[in-house]
Write a protein that binds this ligand. Structure first.
Ligand code: UTP
Length: 277
């Protein structure tokens, strides 16, 4: 399977450092955040990874591309352990890079991957989010490949935070998967959809958790989505269209989503580093 890692966002919550260093390149130990994301994709069977960047995020490209000149220097110096470390990022998968010309939102970033993806299901991992503990991705890849439907990782979300995330409602099935029937981007808490048991009782709110596997039908849906008031194409709008046509699964998982797009999230991820990837 192929994977797309959108990493072209502004990173305004990480100013001023994001002026010079992409938030995805901030370190967790000796590796940048995006290394753990690529590693998670590779562990779920993704052999080809497209990273969406922009002109000020060239360091992401440099990190994942081989550097024959430096490698030859390390080789010549007999620094074999260091050479192995140096080569690690480029060996995780086959990498490609694409520039998002304007920051027109996550939906626009995913739409740019159309030619790379072709006509197969593909994974999307937000490059500013790491998963501590078990990743849902391998299960999602298996589910989408078997059913030819899209799915999104989901985690419980406290009511006071539902207005910050994409929230979905649907029915919990006997495999512990959610058959989704409604999706809202940043809803008001009292209007937010809920996951329900078969007997109709509601669970706590559930939010999208930065990992998706889409069928290629997401692309015509994205192409039809008008940009919202902020000029951004919302991925949730295209997901809702796909849900209406094909159905859509929500996949819970036992790990934790850590948003490193803000300083507090990065510190939390650093504390949990042993459990990443
Ligand atoms: P976010 O909204 O969390 O990222 O997008 P942001 O815009 O960089 O953050 P702030 O709000 O300014 O601090 C989620 C993911 O989508 C990517 C981001 O890089 C991040 O991985 N993204 C977002 C794009 O690739 N392109 C966009 O136009 C917007």
């Amino acid at each position: 399977m192929k994977a797309v890692l959108p990493a072209a966002g502004w990173g305004t919550r990480f100013l001023p450092i994001s002026k010079a260093v992409p938030k995805e390149m901030l370190p967790l130990g000796a590796k940048p955040v995006i290394h753990y994301v690529a590693q998670e994709a590779a562990a779920a069977g993704c052999t080809d990874i497209l990273i969406i960047i922009n002109q000020s995020k060239e360091s992401i490209r440099r990190y994942f591309e081989p550097d024959p000149v430096f490698e030859a220097m390390l080789e010549k110096a007999g620094k074999h352990a260091e050479l192995a470390e140096f080569r690690t990022p480029a060996t995780l998968a086959r990498f490609q890079f694409l520039y998002q010309p304007e920051m027109r939102g996550l939906g626009d970033a995913v739409l740019l991957a159309r030619d790379f993806v072709g006509n197969e299901p593909f994974a999307v991992l937000l490059a500013d989010t790491v998963i501590a503990g078990e990743s849902p991705l391998a299960r999602m890849v298996e589910l989408s490949t078997r059913t030819h439907r899209s799915c999104v990782a989901m985690e419980e979300c406290p009511s006071e935070r539902v207005s910050r995330y994409g929230i979905a409602g649907g029915v919990l099935d006997s495999d512990g998967i959610y058959q989704l029937d409604s999706m809202e981007e940043k809803p008001a808490p009292d209007a937010a959809p809920r996951i329900r048991r078969a007997d109709g009782t509601a669970l706590r709110h559930h939010a999208f958790a930065a990992r998706y596997v889409f069928t290629p039908e997401i692309f015509p849906a994205l192409a039809q989505c008008p940009a919202g008031r902020n000029g951004e194409i919302q991925l949730t709008d295209a997901m809702r269209m796909t849900m209406g046509k094909q159905g859509f699964f929500g996949v819970p998982f036992s790990g934790r989503r850590l948003d490193i797009g803000n300083p507090k999230g990065l510190l939390e991820a650093a504390d949990l580093m042993e459990t990443l990837g």
